[in-house]
Write a protein that binds this ligand. Structure first.
Ligand SMILES: [Mg+2]
Ligand SMILES: [Zn+2]
Length: 297
């Protein structure tokens, strides 16, 4: 066994919503509201890129309606795991000397801690990176942003790439060696940015047919489209592909629009995907891949 704090040779990063749990926890908590739904005025108050603020309003509303801490915890704990997750977590527990596991999520600390403790999986994760939350004296769940950052690709309160880079740097120093390989398991559009920090030996496990999978697949398959983007940032990147045309751009799905509208981010964080993209539908898919990795020296 590795010494405590030394960790395994592999890092596995898990998103939470629709990756560990088979639903968005922010959707689940709405079921505690009167009528199990939010009023129209509250749903209409959402502003692009300000999801964290919206959840603060939702949680304030629930408190006003008398929804208790225990009701919220019970609702979160009732969210089912994603298919095959138990098998994957059992595998990681059985190979604790090889794998260091962390959670990286735009949900919040109360939801994630409650769920992981309920299913007995809290100890598997060395750290949880998420928006800090606590119940205040009046029983209201208060939410704060994780950090401030300058990545225009990501929501105001969280850039997962910044957090991942910080963690990899810190753990490399503490362990006096980098991880041999990094595995990122996710599903959402906000799981794309951290995958751009991965190297060629690393793997982005993208839940099949979810936004992360669609976006990464297009980044792999449509280099011409990305090159077109690069044309708009000549100082940062050299245009090397002559096949760029507007037809390619027209085929680019709505999922990529976010990337294209923030082309200036290329100068700060190059939009180069070097990791292998591995679709997953079940925890068993991830487990089989990791089993092979364990066997390789
Ligand atoms: Mg997710
Ligand atoms: Zn970002």
């Amino acid at each position: 066994m590795a010494a405590p704090g030394d960790g395994g040779r592999f890092l596995v990063i898990f998103d939470f919503d629709e990756t560990l749990v088979n639903e968005s926890s922010d959707d689940a908590v709405v079921r505690t509201a009167p009528g199990q739904a939010l009023p129209d005025w509250l749903r209409a108050s959402y502003r692009e890129g300000q999801y964290n603020e919206q959840m603060q309003r939702v949680l304030a509303y629930l408190a006003q309606q008398g929804v208790t801490e225990s009701a919220i915890r019970a609702e979160i704990q009732s969210i089912p795991e994603t298919p095959g997750l138990s098998a994957l977590l059992d595998f990681l527990r059985a190979h604790a000397q090889d794998f260091e596991c962390v959670v990286l999520s735009d949900a919040n600390s109360v939801f994630i801690e409650a769920w992981l403790q309920h299913v007995g999986a809290r100890q598997l994760f060395l750290e949880i990176f998420t928006n800090p939350a606590h119940f205040d004296d009046s029983g209201r769940l208060v939410l704060a942003p994780f950090h401030a950052h300058s990545c225009p690709r990501c929501p105001d309160n969280m850039c997962k790439q910044h957090i991942l880079r910080d963690y990899l740097g810190r753990r490399s120093d503490e362990r006096r060696r980098p991880f041999q390989r990094v595995f990122y398991v996710g599903d959402g559009a906000n799981d794309v940015c951290p995958c751009l920090a991965l190297g060629t030996a690393d793997v982005a496990f993208a839940r099949r047919d979810f936004p992360m999978h669609r976006i990464l697949t297009h980044m792999q398959q449509m280099p011409a489209a990305l090159t077109h983007t690069q044309q708009q940032t000549p100082a940062a990147l050299t245009h090397t592909d002559t096949q760029t045309d507007t037809h390619t751009q027209q085929q680019t799905p709505a999922a990529l629009t976010h990337t294209h509208t923030h082309t200036h981010t290329q100068q700060q964080t190059p939009a180069t995907l070097r990791a292998t993209v591995q679709p997953w539908s079940s925890g068993h898919d991830v487990m089989e891949y990791l089993q092979t990795a364990v066997g390789e020296r």
